[in-house]
Design a binder for this molecule. Structure first.
Ligand code: OAD
Length: 243
């Protein structure tokens, strides 16, 4: 912990990558944890264009269920600590794989959503993007665009390309960052999984926060094992103590 504090104290530019573990304390299940399955389906089985083409109702049911869980959730102490970190350092960028909007709800400003946002939908035909919150009356039908096309969640599915602008901006910032923090992600889904390696290759100091060791624990400079909602507030308290 003290090494992480020292790295952050001297940092002018901090890059943060987050994953589902950061929202765990808000009651949002992670994908690869023990509660990661929905009706025995994994994310890999449902979050694909093929799955949507085969059974759009099933995929929408999963997203509606996830929306209902997220709507009941509040940002936790980890989200709040990252808001404080943004206010503490000179330059800050938060790249999240989470689609739950909790970073923005907590108050983080410079956020890039790599996998989209669960509260938006996109027309499969005309491509129009709309804000979308599941309404009970839609349970019998599938959500449709004004043009009549089928709406789909505005998220990135397996096999799809991530938003080029967000990825470019993230790498551009990472290039100039002093410290990269990797919080609550298993680090197995690409291209986000490449971030720790890219950071190390560019001499950016890396800090991982996770409840367990991951594939990247051996390459980062500091690996802190613990819940993000406990470790991050502690880190921020030490960082700002006496300043
Ligand atoms: P995962 O479910 O793969 O990993 C969650 C990580 O968080 C694991 O490494 C856990 O050990 C860790 N974790 C769990 N609870 C934690 C806590 N309280 N504090 C800190 N760490 C904790 O989720 P992601 O890595 O986010 O993509 O998954 C990446 C992508 O795979 C997701 O964005 C999603 C999924 O399929 C798509 O749907 C395209």
């Amino acid at each position: 912990m003290s090494r992480a504090v020292a790295l952050l104290k001297h940092a002018r530019s901090v890059f943060v990558l987050t994953g589902a573990g950061v929202s765990a304390e808000s009651g949002v299940p992670t994908f690869r944890g023990t509660d990661g399955l929905w009706r025995n389906y994994s994310a890999e089985q449902l979050a694909t264009p093929d799955a949507f083409q085969r059974d759009p109702r099933l995929v929408w049911e999963w997203y509606h269920w996830r929306q209902s869980v997220i709507l009941k959730a509040e940002p936790n102490l980890a989200h709040q600590a990252l808001v404080m970190l943004e206010q503490t350092v000179e330059n800050f960028l938060l790249l999240t794989q989470n689609v739950d909007n909790l970073h923005r709800r907590a108050g983080s400003k410079n956020v890039l959503e790599l996998h989209g946002n669960i509260f938006r939908a996109r027309c499969s035909d005309c491509g129009k993007i709309v804000e979308y919150v599941f309404a009970q009356e839609e349970i019998s039908g599938l959500p449709k665009c004004q043009c009549g096309g089928l709406l789909r969640p505005d998220v990135i599915w397996f096999g799809e390309t991530i938003p080029a602008d967000a990825w470019h901006d993230a790498l551009d910032f990472l290039n100039r960052a002093d410290v990269a923090m990797i919080c609550g992600t298993s680090g197995v889904v690409w291209p986000a999984a490449a971030i720790p390696g890219i950071a190390c290759g560019r001499g950016v100091k890396t800090i991982e926060v996770n409840v367990e060791s991951t594939a990247i624990s051996s390459i980062v400079d500091v690996s802190i094992i613990g819940k993000a909602a406990e470790v991050l507030p502690d880190l921020l308290e030490r960082l700002t103590a006496g300043t």
